[in-house]
Design a binder for this molecule. Sequence first.
Ligand SMILES: [Zn+2]
Length: 53
Amino acid sequence: MAAHAGEKAQKTGDFYCAHCSEKVHVTQGHEIPPCPNGHATFETRRNEPGNKS
Ligand SMILES: [Zn+2]
């Protein structure tokens, strides 16, 4: 599932840049910021308890 900068996040969680894997944390209902490296496409991965490395 992909998400883009400027969209409102439907879930609170971490978004990983599809280009450079930079992580941004977004809260539900807030707009997704661009990646610090200027990209705008993200893979979404929610914070899932028990899935911490
Ligand atoms: Zn990036």
